[in-house]
Design a protein around this ligand. Structure first.
Ligand code: C5P
Length: 387
């Protein structure tokens, strides 16, 4: 059994779930604003954001993994106490100090490039696709509609848990999934009925400046198609990652570095293609930008904020999958629906229609119902993998 780690005396499991709920709401709001607040000619490249996310997340995970690997050389030095005369203290040589520094790095690198690292290539590819689809979805849907529809992740996660982890779901869970689909359907129908195809975005929190930045035209059909596809990759990648993580003894942070390393390939390929494959199409008005200049064109504060919130989300998601599971993760994200609603009304002048309220409430109730503890949830991933 997993010992329950704590943070400031509170169980990490619950701290991470609440943080994930807030992060999810913040991401959809910040990402939406970063996309719709500028005209397309001045918007940043989502591919650059996806790549940056993986580079930063991978680097942070690597630092955490190294800091957790115990440095044996330092531990073996005799402790220096006031009673110890300085000349008796065995001062470490430069070689010893370097070894103390590089041993954990070498140890973590050896773990990263272990024989089973290829297992992470599948969720890595899926997450890159998902992270890219998220940009398409959030640019074409109001934040609240995006959040509600994204709850379909619960359905796909359940389906893949049944198929891959051979989890069994109680009849209550199946019924709640049915209600979830109905609720999402209601929200989709009311969004598609045209109430939000054109949105006039207001600058966030600018009471002093009431002029809209510009009219951002959204295409809900495109948005829904992207979010549906993202739900599939989310379900499959989440279950696959849980399977790999709980099926071996490898450290979570090492797994995260492996995930980010494998993500670099699918994240870089579209950038290389758009830069060198069709340079004229990619950057028409800049004759010959350097690779980095082209990549980070228009990469302003909101783009950076999006990446940072995304990095945070990736790190918390990994912790949640490790210490809870994908099903509890679904519960946390449903909390974010409420946060997003309230924020959308205040920040984006989102108008709640009765049918939206009915659909969203159905989704919330279904999520709550799905997460009621039952005896027949089925075998956990770890039990399955360790049997
Ligand atoms: O919506 P969902 O929970 O599927 O989103 C998962 C997000 O967390 C993705 O953006 C993915 O890149 C990230 N993630 C991560 N590291 C993990 C697991 C997920 O960065 N170990």
């Amino acid at each position: 059994a997993q010992s329950d780690p704590t943070i400031c005396g509170m169980p990490l499991k619950y701290v991470s779930l609440v943080t994930l709920a807030v992060q999810n709401a913040a991401l959809s709001i910040v990402m939406h604003y970063s996309r719709v607040s500028t005209p397309p000619s001045r918007s940043y490249s989502p591919a650059a954001a996806v790549l940056l996310n993986e580079v930063i997340k991978g680097s942070i995970s690597f630092i955490i993994a190294v800091s957790r690997a115990s440095p044996p050389a330092i531990n073996s030095f005799p402790p220096m106490t006031p009673a110890t005369p300085w000349h008796q203290y065995d001062k470490p040589s430069l070689a010893q100090s370097l070894r103390a520094l590089f041993q954990p790095v070498a140890h973590v690198c050896a773990e990263i490039f272990s024989a089973d690292c290829w297992k992470l290539s599948i969720p890595a590819l899926l997450y890159v696709i998902q992270n890219s689809l998220q940009f398409v979805a959030i640019s074409n849907l109001p934040v609240a509609s995006f959040q509600v529809t994204y709850q379909m992740k619960i359905l796909t996660t359940a389906a893949f848990s049944v198929a891959l982890l051979r989890k069994r779901l109680s009849s209550t869970k199946w019924l709640s999934l049915f209600f979830l689909a109905i609720g999402v359907g209601i929200v989709q129908l009311q969004t598609l009925s045209g109430s939000a195809t054109k949105m006039q975005d207001q600058p966030v929190g600018s009471a002093h400046d009431s002029a809209p930045l510009h009219i951002h035209v959204m295409s809900p059909l495109k948005g829904f198609a992207a979010v549906t596809a993202a739900c599939f990759t989310s379900g499959l990648a989440g279950v696959y990652f849980e399977m790999v993580l709980k099926g071996s003894k490898a450290d979570l942070w090492v797994r995260n570095v492996q995930l980010s390393l494998f993500s670099l390939i699918p994240a870089v390929l579209p950038i290389l293609y758009s830069t060198y494959g069709s340079p004229a199409a990619a950057y028409p008005e800049v004759p010959s930008p350097s690779f980095m200049q082209g990549l980070f064109r228009n990469f302003g504060g909101w783009a950076w904020a999006t990446v940072i919130v995304q990095v945070l989300g990736g790190l918390i998601t990994a912790i949640v999958i490790k210490y809870s599971d994908n099903i509890l993760k679904g519960f946390a994200t449903s909390l974010s629906i409420i946060i997003s609603f309230l924020a959308s009304v205040v920040l984006f002048d989102f108008r709640m229609t009765p049918s939206f309220l009915i659909g969203a409430s159905t989704v919330l109730a279904a999520t709550w119902m799905y997460n009621q503890p039952t005896d027949d949830v089925g075998r956990s991933a770890s039990a399955l993998m360790n049997k």
